[in-house]
Design a protein around this ligand. Structure first.
Ligand SMILES: O=C(O)CCC(=O)C(=O)O
Length: 173
């Protein structure tokens, strides 16, 4: 897959692009089954809410074949390499569960701030890819983006006590 000049322009202007039907229903169904299985595992990569409900599974691309293939998929990697003009690597891979009724909030944040502070990422030269495994509605934990905020400066962490990454019970801020 290659981005058109219109998609590149829109990405530069707004900071994001949408690709409906990037994966088939069959592919998404497989990821959903594998994702549900991963969230039931008792592993250190699976972080839980205070209630015990899953919040995030980190690094599934390192221990699950379906998500390993997803992380390397040309439909995702090719447009990234087109934008950056060089080979790319995975900095973070996560499955955000957003458990119905038991899931805690995800506060507004800039991802680069966390990656810079916690992981030592030197510059905001990174891209997020979100693959939605469920239909997204305003009532089931939709991801909200701030158009054009990719041109804004890095903001101080102002939200407290929960960070974006951790459930409130594990927050370090
Ligand atoms: O899915 C969300 O609402 C936020 C995801 C996010 O920003 C993250 O995982 O860092």
């Amino acid at each position: 897959m290659e981005l058109t000049s219109e998609q590149l322009r829109q990405f530069d202007e707004d900071g994001y692009c949408f690709f409906p039907n990037c994966f088939s229903e069959e592919e998404v169904a497989l990821m959903r089954v594998e994702g549900d299985n991963i969230l039931k595992l008792d592993r250190q990569e699976i972080w839980r809410e205070k209630s015990g409900a899953p919040r995030t599974a980190f690094a599934a691309h390192t221990f699950n074949e379906v998500f390993r293939l997803l992380a390397h998929h040309p439909r995702l990697v090719n447009p990234l390499q087109q934008v950056f003009g060089e080979p790319v690597y995975v900095h973070q891979f996560k499955l955000n569960a957003k458990a119905a009724f038991q899931g805690d909030v995800w506060q507004w944040h800039q991802d680069f701030g966390t990656w810079h502070r916690d992981d030592g990422m030197p510059e905001p030269r990174a891209m997020n890819i979100a693959v939605f495994l469920d239909e997204v509605f305003p009532f089931n934990g939709a991801l909200m983006l701030v158009p054009k905020s990719h041109h804004a400066a890095r903001r101080k962490r102002t939200v407290s006590p929960a960070s974006s990454r951790r459930p409130a019970s594990r927050d370090r801020s």
